[in-house]
Design a protein around this ligand. Structure first.
Ligand SMILES: *[C@@H]1O[C@H](CO)[C@@H](O)[C@H](O)[C@H]1NC(C)=O
Ligand SMILES: *[C@@H]1O[C@H](CO)[C@@H](O)[C@H](O)[C@H]1NC(C)=O
Ligand SMILES: *[C@@H]1O[C@H](CO)[C@@H](O)[C@H](O)[C@H]1NC(C)=O
Ligand SMILES: *[C@@H]1O[C@H](CO)[C@@H](O)[C@H](O)[C@H]1NC(C)=O
Ligand SMILES: *[C@@H]1O[C@H](CO)[C@@H](O)[C@H](O)[C@H]1NC(C)=O
Ligand SMILES: *[C@@H]1O[C@H](CO)[C@@H](O)[C@H](O)[C@H]1NC(C)=O
Ligand SMILES: *[C@@H]1O[C@H](CO)[C@@H](O)[C@H](O)[C@H]1NC(C)=O
Length: 368
């Protein structure tokens, strides 16, 4: 396959001559795993435990020179968490390597294995947190994989419920680390305290059937938790969660143009969002009233979740894009320098970070 590099320019920006270049890192006509042997792959294809067309990225995280993807868990998906390199000298796009190993992925019902990876986050010390939805026989789980330390893998907590786990954010405070979790269209969030090794439900009134979650930057006080219920965006202060509150009353901020299945905030207060059944992703400057700026469009629109979005430690935004009406449906990995890190990191004191670009603006026009 010929490497295919495309650059995407953001047009229509206001005063500053800022330009965001989206570079294509890889394009796959078909995603596949790195199998232990050709025989194991053939066997899996034959007995339908592997159906290549069903591989579909759900969440993405980045650390150092590795990317991590959780995959939708339709049938024919033997492994729901994989890694791949952030760059490759080869012209063929990389295969997906089961992460941390084939061995850590069992059959559904192996409670000490990763069953159904969903939301992913990397914390400030380089641990990948993996939200695992569990199964009919196993509870939902939280794993940490120490990326800076031989990928040492720990099952840190079992949540007293299974299914529907969606996404998580991490709140690192002087009083300890908390994870806040949304479950797909459920009216509560799950709060987990790492130090206490306890989790509890916090009900969101009035009856918010939640989908995605985002947390405001570390140096913003009081820190806000953003929750989306369908198109509606709500927020409340996380201070209420640290002392065991079981009920919160988030306030409506405004409406997105669609239901965001993924929201992510950077350390300068911009929220990035990708929507169900929409072929664009948007950003919003949270110090202003909710107004969307589309920063990426994909070709075609009949995809349930076309994008995954993550920020790395170096000011780069990474996304996978599923285009349904290119020659053949294709998955692509794109990156853009946005000059902001994830909400996990402090913002630089002067508010700038040597930003080369700003994703706010009109949708990019592709130039080949
Ligand atoms: C970020 O920068 C560090 C230090 O230069 C480098 O080691 C790391 O690979 C970079 N990460 C990514 C995702 O580019
Ligand atoms: C998981 O969910 C199913 C269906 O809701 C329930 O019957 C089962 O008891 C649950 N298992 C565990 C381990 O919680
Ligand atoms: C934390 O809680 C889980 C149950 O969710 C338990 O299996 C585990 O042993 C606990 N870890 C520690 C370090 O106590
Ligand atoms: C940490 O706990 C102390 C005592 O409970 C409390 O006064 C303080 O506000 C807490 N800080 C944060 C950031 O939650
Ligand atoms: C917990 O904190 C919230 C807000 O900070 C406060 O309204 C609530 O009364 C506190 N609850 C308890 C049990 O201390
Ligand atoms: C958001 O949409 C809801 C209907 O879904 C509507 O009732 C509400 O007025 C809208 N709010 C704003 C701020 O636009
Ligand atoms: C967001 O809006 C505020 C207030 O208008 C502005 O000061 C800030 O520079 C904006 N942030 C970004 C990243 O554009």
């Amino acid at each position: 396959m010929t490497p295919f590099f495309a650059t995407f320019f953001l047009l229509g920006l206001s005063s500053v001559a800022a330009t965001t270049n989206f570079n294509q890192v890889y394009e796959w006509k078909e995603l596949d795993y790195e199998w232990p042997s050709e025989a194991s792959r053939s066997k899996a294809l034959k007995d339908k435990t592997f159906e290549p067309d069903n591989i579909s990225p759900h969440f993405i995280a980045v650390y150092g020179s590795r990317l991590f993807l959780s995959l939708e868990s339709y049938g024919g998906i033997p492994v729901t968490l994989v890694s791949l390199p952030t760059s490759s000298a080869s012209s063929a796009p990389p295969k997906l390597t089961p992460f941390p190993s084939w061995d850590m992925h069992g059959k559904i019902g192996d409670c000490d294995k990763i069953e159904e990876a969903r939301g992913l986050e990397v914390d400030s010390v380089g641990r990948l947190w993996v939200l695992d939805s569990g199964s009919n026989t196993c509870k939902a789980k939280l794993w940490t994989i120490d990326l800076a330390n031989n990928d040492q893998t720990k099952l840190i907590h079992e949540i007293d419920i299974n299914h529907s786990m969606h996404d998580l954010v991490l709140d690192e405070t002087p009083n300890g680390t908390f994870a806040y979790i949304t479950r797909w269209r459920e009216e509560h969030i799950v709060v987990f305290s790492l130090e206490r090794n306890q989790s509890w439900f916090v009900h969101c009134t009035p009856g918010l059937r939640l989908i995605s979650i985002a947390l405001s930057p570390k140096d913003q006080e009081p820190r806000q938790l953003y929750l989306a219920k369908s198109k509606e965006l709500y927020s409340f202060s996380v201070a209420a969660l640290h002392n065991g509150t079981r009920r919160v009353n988030p306030k409506l901020i405004g409406n997105w143009t669609g239901p965001p299945y993924r929201m992510l905030m950077d350390n300068q207060g911009t929220v990035y969002a990708a929507f169900l059944w929409k072929n664009y992703a948007s950003s919003w400057n949270s110090s202003q009233p909710l107004q969307e700026q589309r920063f990426r469009e994909a070709a075609g629109k009949d995809s349930y979740w076309p994008f995954t979005i993550a920020l790395d430690q170096n000011g780069t935004l990474w996304m996978t894009v599923f285009d349904t009406n290119r020659e053949k449906p294709s998955q692509r990995l794109l990156k853009a320098a946005v000059g902001a890190k994830s909400y996990m990191f402090e913002a630089p004191p002067d508010g700038s970070s040597g930003a080369e670009g700003n994703v706010a603006g009109k949708p990019p026009k592709e130039e080949y």
